[in-house]
Design a protein around this ligand. Structure first.
Ligand code: AMP
Ligand code: TRP
Length: 342
């Protein structure tokens, strides 16, 4: 494969979230919080990936509302549309076009290894849409249509990012354009990269978990947040002194990590503050902290959602800006492939 270290284009950040289901604390800590930090010093595109959402059935009447829901979550969390480009994927044609070219670069064997497809499809893979199988190729097109170099995501996206890098490298190699596409780097590390379910410390917090008590939604009010944390699964022990002692207690480790991510402390600092305390003390403290950090976001989100036309305008304006970046890149791809008239 070609040497990817010599890419000389600008640093550019791209990430996306699907408009399917409620946003939760895992999305906030694993993704959106990082988006806000990155927008200060980088050119950033934050996409609402509605084309990915339709890989499983979405009600056409609800999809626009769900799309605005994610837009409102981005903005309420501090993503600033004058600094970052916030738009929905289907409004920019470059995504679907480049995805087709990448379908002809990616190998079936590569997709067969994708664990997210296996998790989502379970025993029903024959009945899933072709789009769900092809999902990671579209994701590679999202990133590379902008020659994005950095991709802030939660840990669950690691494998998809590796595939994007493989596709970029194979395209550059096959067409002998050694540094055309960058090798996009995942930005995963940091607190909140993997927030687990409140009901099961071995499963990630997820939109698709049937139990609403497993997650804190960005739309939950203070009472609901406190109730969910009170009900969170723990054990009869107390908060231990060392991280080592948390290894066999995934639910407790998760609550400690959430506390750390929300407060800006390290896990160790949280243990130092609470070691020896029972959950009768720790859970109310965590509930207060979560409410303090999340309630302003929920309130602001509701304010944005009360003006859908304004959200539509913000998205449409940003889609034009996104197309201005992606269209020339995809046009170069057409020339590189050798289409007549390109
Ligand atoms: P999704 O909700 O699957 O569209 O994910 C949107 C973003 O949130 C991606 O960057 C995910 O990696 C991230 N994410 C989703 N669930 C979690 C979680 N439980 N912990 C940390 N990050 C997450
Ligand atoms: N697959 C990502 C998720 O489920 C969403 C996504 C789509 C994405 N395209 C992307 C993330 C491009 C980062 C970059 O979370």
């Amino acid at each position: 494969m070609s040497d990817q270290t010599k890419y000389e284009g600008p640093k550019r950040v791209f990430s996306g979230i699907q408009p399917s289901g409620d946003m939760h604390l895992g999305n906030y800590l694993g993704a959106i919080k990082k988006f806000v930090d990155l927008q200060e010093d980088n050119e950033c595109l934050y996409c609402i990936v509605d084309l990915h959402a339709i890989t499983v059935w979405q009600d056409p009447k609800l999809l626009p509302e769900q799309t605005r829901h994610i837009a409102a979550a981005y903005l309420a969390s501090g993503v600033d549309p004058s600094k970052a480009i916030v738009y929905n994927q289907s409004a920019v044609r470059a995504h679907t076009e480049l995805a087709w070219y990448f379908n002809c670069v990616a190998r079936v064997g590569w997709l067969n290894r994708m664990t997210q497809f296996k998790d989502k499809a379970g025993k029903n893979s024959e009945k899933m849409s072709v789009g769900l199988y092809d999902y990671p190729v579209l994701q590679a097109a999202d990133i590379l249509a902008f020659k994005a170099t950095h991709v802030p995501v939660g840990e669950d996206q690691k494998q998809h990012l590796e595939l994007s890098r493989d596709i970029a490298a194979k395209f550059n190699h096959d067409f002998n354009v050694p540094h055309f596409f960058p090798s996009p780097e995942p930005m995963i590390k940091g607190p909140g990269a993997r927030v687990m379910s409140l009901r099961d410390g071995t499963a990630k917090m997820s939109k698709s978990d049937p139990s609403d008590n497993s997650r804190i939604n960005l739309t939950d009010d203070a009472d609901k947040i406190a109730k969910k944390i009170r009900k969170a699964k723990t054990d009869a022990g107390v908060i231990p002194e060392s991280l080592k002692e948390l290894e066999e207690r995934p639910e407790v480790a998760n609550l400690v990590s959430i506390y750390a991510a929300l407060s800006g402390m390290t896990d160790e600092q949280v243990l130092t503050q609470y070691s020896g305390q029972g959950f009768g003390v720790f859970k109310p403290a965590l509930a207060d902290l979560t409410v303090e950090k999340m309630s302003p976001i929920t309130d602001l989100m509701n304010r944005y959602l009360s003006d859908p036309e304004e959200l539509n305008r913000i998205l449409a304006k940003a889609a034009d800006k996104a197309a201005e970046i992606a269209d020339p890149i995809v046009s170069d791809v057409r020339k590189i492939i050798g289409f007549c008239g390109a």
